[in-house]
Design a protein around this ligand. Structure first.
Ligand SMILES: *Cc1c(COP(=O)(O)O)cnc(C)c1O
Length: 224
């Protein structure tokens, strides 16, 4: 029998719930189904199984899929990829959360183009990996201050993509580090933690993730 998207979603949901119980988390974890490179039909299938939050990495793909799926009410798109300033205007009308703000110029461009408040997360480059996006840990206080000063940005939390590893336990210290960074910078509001992907979302939830971003475990391996 074919394993469906709905089957996989149910499996992920119950594993998220079990991890959340182990960690005695007070609030529910938001599962984002990362649909990059997957056809709109796969998103429809997940939507039919009750999934509402979807993540996309590429602007063109997001715009096309959002258009194709505009008949689905209350579907929420999260932009989780690297965002260039000249693409901000395309993403804002679609994304309910811009997850990977990592520099002041990008935050300023969002503020300039926005017509209403835009919830954002700051992406942190925890291991200082050169090839990866994300703000350096040392640059975080200044970026947080800059975002909080922009009237149309609403800082909701932090996100990270730690170095890939075969063993999710090796990723655990990075999740702990992101949690500590959020705690140190909470200010007035509790910050969300977007961390954990197919290979390590359970460990991320154990360490306090409020948002997990899961792609291949829901949709199967990517098309390209
Ligand atoms: C692709 C991607 C994911 C999902 O990755 P999987 O390993 O397929 O679960 C999550 N977060 C970001 C930022 C991604 O680019």
């Amino acid at each position: 029998m074919r394993v469906t998207v709905a089957d996989r979603l149910n499996d992920i949901r119950s594993r998220v719930q079990a991890a959340s119980k182990r960690a005695a988390l007070a609030s529910p974890v938001t599962l984002i189904a990362v649909s990059k490179t997957q056809p709109a039909s796969a998103v429809r299938e997940a939507y039919a199984a009750g999934q509402r939050d979807f993540g996309e990495n590429y602007v063109q793909e997001l715009v096309a899929k959002a258009k194709e799926l505009s008949d689905l009410p209350d579907l929420r798109w999260h932009f989780i990829g690297h965002l260039q300033r000249n693409k901000v205007k395309d993403v804002l009308p679609i994304a309910s959360l811009v997850q990977a703000v990592d520099r002041i110029e990008l935050a300023q461009e969002i503020n300039k183009r926005a017509s209403k408040r835009v919830p954002v997360l700051i992406e942190v480059n925890l291991a200082g990996e050169e090839q990866k996006a994300g703000a350096a840990i040392a640059a975080l206080p200044e970026l947080i201050e800059a975002i909080r000063a922009l009237p149309l940005l609403e800082l909701r939390g932090l996100m990270a993509v730690p170095p890939a590893s075969e063993d999710p336990e090796l990723t655990r210290p990075y999740f702990q580090q992101l949690r500590e960074l959020a705690r140190a910078n909470e200010g007035a509001s509790h910050l969300e933690l977007s961390m954990g992907m197919s290979s390590d979302f359970e460990v991320a939830v154990e360490e306090g993730a409020s948002i997990v971003r899961v792609g291949s475990s829901i949709f199967g391996s990517r098309v390209r």
